[in-house]
Write a protein that binds this ligand. Structure first.
Ligand SMILES: Nc1ncnc2c1ncn2[C@@H]1O[C@H](COP(=O)(O)OP(=O)(O)OP(=O)(O)O)[C@@H](O)[C@H]1O
Length: 303
C-alpha cells in the first residue's frame, strides 16, 4: 500500500543494537520515520552503523532495545519477508548454480516472483543465463543479486552499497532501474552509498547515521531549502552561530565558508549560495571530524 495512509517504510523508536563480541552499542536511541514510496539515501562515515541498520530492517539481526518496524510489521516475520527484499554487500549466492538456476530458486521461494523483470536485469548486463555464478565478476554477481531482489517485487527494497562493484555505465543503468521501480510501482527503496553525487538526482529522503545515532531523517528538498553555504569575514562567525545552526565551517585566513541550517533571515554581509544535497551531506559528515578529538587527544583519552 502506498499513499498518505500507508504505514511508514521504516519506523524506529529507541532502537538499539550491540554485537555480542564487541560489547558497546553499535546503534543507540535511534528515532526516525522514513515514509513509504521514497527513495532514501542512507549515508554515514565508515562504521557509523548503516549495514547494521539494514540488517535489522531485513530481519537478519534483532534489536536489543526499542523497536523497528518495516511497512508496519516486525522485521524477519513471514509477512515482512514476503514484502521486503534485502541486498547485502556479501551477496550470498550459490557459486555452483547457473544464473538460470538462481532465478529458478527465486521463483520457487517467492509467490510474487516476476521472471521477466529478473531476466531483463541480467540480460541488460550481458550475462548469459547458463553462466555459473562462481565464474562471474563481482559486478556481474551484483546484477544477479539485484535481479533476485527486484524479481521478488518487494514493497520495500533495502540495498547495502549496491553500486560498489559496478562500472560507471552499469551504475547509471541500475540507478535508472531503481527510479523506474519507485515511480511505476511505488516501491520504497533505502539505499546506502558513499557515492554522494549519484544520490543527488535519485533520492528524495535522507537518513544520516553518525556514530550509531540518527542525525537526519528528512525530505531532501526540505534539506536543500533550509541550508545555505555562506562565505564572508571570519569575525562574524559568533553572531552567525548565535542565530543559526552552524553545521560545518572552514576558515582560510580571514575568510570563512560555513554550511548553516537557517533559523530565520540571513544577515546581509555574507555571500549566500544554495547548496546541493551533496554539499549538505558532506558538511554533516565533516562535522563528525569537528566533534571527534584530534589524534593526540585520542591517545590521551585512551591512556
Ligand atoms: N559482525 C560484527 N561483529 C562485531 N562488530 C561488528 C560486526 N559488524 C559490524 N560491526 C561493527 O559495528 C559498527 C558498525 O558497522 P557497520 O558495518 O554497520 O557500519 P557501516 O556504516 O555500514 O560502515 P561502512 O560504511 O564501512 O560499510 C562498526 O564499528 C563495526 O566494526
Amino acid at each position: 500500500m502506498t499513499g498518505p495512509d500507508a504505514p511508514a517504510a521504516l519506523r524506529a523508536t529507541g532502537l538499539g543494537f550491540r554485537y555480542r563480541a564487541r560489547g558497546g552499542w553499535t546503534l543507540r536511541d535511534c528515532e526516525f520515520t522514513v515514509p513509504s514510496g521514497r527513495i532514501t539515501a542512507l549515508v554515514g562515515r565508515n562504521g557509523a552503523g548503516k549495514s547494521t541498520l539494514l540488517h535489522l530492517a531485513g530481519g537478519l539481526l534483532r534489536a536489543d532495545s526499542g523497536e523497528l518496524r518495516v511497512l508496519g510489521v516486525v522485521p524477519g516475520t513471514p509477512e515482512a519477508r514476503a514484502r521486503v527484499a534485502l541486498f547485502t554487500q556479501d551477496k550470498p549466492l550459490y557459486p555452483r548454480f547457473t544464473v538460470a538456476d538462481t532465478l529458478r530458486l527465486g521463483k520457487k521461494l517467492n509467490s510474487s516472483w516476476d521472471q521477466a523483470a529478473a531476466e531483463r536485469i541480467v540480460h541488460e548486463g550481458g550475462i548469459p543465463l547458463p553462466a555459473r555464478v562462481g565464474e562471474l565478476s563481482p559486478g556481474q554477481r551484483t546484477r544477479v543479486a539485484l535481479a533476485l531482489a527486484l524479481g521478488k517485487r518487494p514493497e520495500l527494497l533495502l540495498l547495502d552499497e549496491p553500486m560498489a562493484d559496478l562500472d560507471p555505465v552499469a551504475r547509471g543503468e541500475v540507478m535508472a532501474m531503481l527510479m523506474a521501480e519507485a515511480a511505476e510501482r511505488g516501491t520504497s527503496i533505502v539505499l546506502s552509498s558513499h557515492v554522494l553525487p549519484e544520490l543527488e538526482q535519485t533520492c528524495d529522503w535522507v537518513l544520516l547515521v553518525r556514530d550509531g545515532h540518527i542525525e537526519l531523517s528528512e525530505d531532501a528538498d526540505a534539506l536543500r531549502e533550509s541550508h545555505a553555504v555562506l562565505t564572508g569575514h571570519a569575525d562574524q562567525v559568533d553572531a552567525l552561530a548565535a542565530r543559526h545552526t552552524l553545521v560545518h565551517h572552514r576558515a582560510a585566513g580571514r575568510q570563512m565558508t560555513a554550511l548553516v541550517r537557517q533559523r530565520g533571515p540571513l544577515p546581509g554581509d555574507w555571500h549566500v549560495e544554495r547548496p546541493r544535497l551533496e554539499d549538505i551531506l558532506i558538511g554533516y559528515l565533516q562535522a563528525d571530524d569537528m566533534a571527534r578529538p584530534a589524534a593526540a587527544e585520542w591517545t590521551e583519552v585512551a591512556a
